[in-house]
Design a protein around this ligand. Structure first.
Ligand SMILES: *Cc1c(COP(=O)(O)O)cnc(C)c1O
Length: 405
């Protein structure tokens, strides 16, 4: 087997935990029933697994099981939340507020609504990636129906002040509240989430950033105080209380539940361990001049380190890192484009700094030894890109010595 680079791209996706896989397997074969089949034991077995995951997810965010709507992931959950609210409330108002650093799965549904005539405010962020709550309040209008702000950023790991945003949206304007949606794809299982305390009305979740399978996610939809209406974006058999039709994918759902259960049980210790690994990586890298940390130093995910490097070409940097580590620049979802990350540009970076950036996503299976290897190689790569002649001269003199022997 060839040696593969050290995986440090946990914001793009994570491997399925063996314990999660074990929880999924029976639902492919033995318990293969359709959870909607209510007249026999095959259906009941599948339904039991779905019910269990609904309960785990609800408990994880302090919701009720009936408020969980399964989707294919966070992209679909965001689409259902944003377009579903727009379609259900457009008679009340056609203004939506979101943020410049959101994932494309939130920005693009908003852009789509804009093309239909909705008015979209895209809030800027401060230098540390946090939104300015005063600016948010200023953006509220009588016709604002929705505020969509992510919980944890997928590139710079920044955690937005959900409770404060929730409070402001609930107070709304005059006697009317504004619906608050948060994309918590990167946050579930990693930071405490509470839809009551944080006054969240809609929350998008996904399993595959959390050592669960790809292709499964959920949208939390508040049922009371206030009840949120959603226009379905997919019509059919009326599954998920009519909000999202389609036969439920039982093995993925069973895995999702297990993944969240494990993450919650290990959240405290894992946060501490990942924080130590991240700090160690940053301590080593920051010895080198001209390396900048992107995003707020404390208000961030434990496993996230995002840096910009002065005086090097972004593409050359990634190429140099590639043999040793699997990292990315910007987000995986937009890495097909060569434009600098919209998130780093929103921080006010120059094009060079936005382009020469590296996102380290440290996760459950990374070790201190790996962090040390990665730090060493990253520093060597940066130095050699900055001083190509120094390396050349060194190699050349080595060659001369060899030749003279
Ligand atoms: C990964 C991610 C998504 C997309 O989730 P999928 O389940 O892959 O559709 C959306 N938002 C954020 C913040 C993400 O990190």
């Amino acid at each position: 087997m060839s040696i593969r680079p050290i995986y440090l791209d946990c914001h793009a996706t994570t491997p399925v935990d063996e314990r999660v896989l074990a929880a999924m397997l029976p639902y492919f074969t033995e318990h293969f029933g359709n959870p909607s089949s209510i007249s026999h034991v095959y259906g009941w077995e599948a339904e039991a697994a779905v019910k269990q995951t609904r309960e785990i997810l609800a408990a994880a965010i302090n919701a009720t099981p009936e408020e969980i709507v399964f989707t294919s992931g966070a992209t679909e959950a965001n689409n259902l939340a944003i377009k579903g609210v727009a379609e259900a409330y457009f008679k009340k108002g056609q203004h939506i507020i979101t943020v410049a650093t959101e994932h494309s799965a939130a920005i693009d549904p908003c852009n789509y609504l804009k093309s239909l005539g909705f008015d979209i405010t895209i809030l800027p962020v401060q230098k540390d990636g946090l939104i300015d709550l005063i600016e948010l309040k200023k953006a509220f209008r009588p016709e604002t129906i929705l505020v969509s702000v992510m919980a944890a950023n997928n590139e710079i790991g920044v955690l937005q002040p959900l409770a404060e945003i929730g409070e402001m949206c609930r107070d709304g304007l005059g006697d009317r509240n504004i619906i608050f949606h948060t994309d918590a794809a990167q946050a579930i299982g990693k930071i405490p989430l509470d839809v009551q305390a944080m006054k969240i009305d809609l929350m998008s979740l996904t399993a595959h950033k959390l050592y669960g399978p790809k292709g499964i996610g959920a949208l939390y939809v508040r049922r009371r105080n206030p009840r949120v209406q959603l226009a379905p974006q997919q019509h059919g058999g009326g599954h998920e209380r009519g909000m999202r039709s389609g036969t439920l994918y039982t093995p993925q759902i069973a895995g999702f539940g297990k993944a969240v259960e494990i993450a919650l049980a290990e959240q405290a210790t894992e946060t501490q361990r990942l924080t130590q690994l991240r700090q160690s990586l940053w301590e080593q890298l920051s010895q080198v001049e001209g390396i900048y940390l992107n995003g707020h130093p404390q208000e961030r995910l434990a496993g996230n380190l995002n840096i910009s490097v002065e005086g090097v070409d972004g593409a050359a940097l990634l190429l140099g890192l590639q043999p040793v580590m699997a990292v990315s620049s910007g987000s995986a979802c937009s890495s097909a484009t060569t434009a600098p990350s919209h998130v780093l540009t929103a921080l006010g970076h120059s094009e060079q700094l936005a382009y020469a950036s590296v996102r380290f996503g440290i996760g459950r299976f990374n070790t201190q030894e790996e962090i040390d290897i990665v730090a060493k190689h990253a520093i060597a790569t940066i130095e050699s890109l900055r001083h190509p002649m120094r390396d050349f001269t060194k190699k050349n003199s080595e060659l001369k010595i060899q030749n003279s022997l």
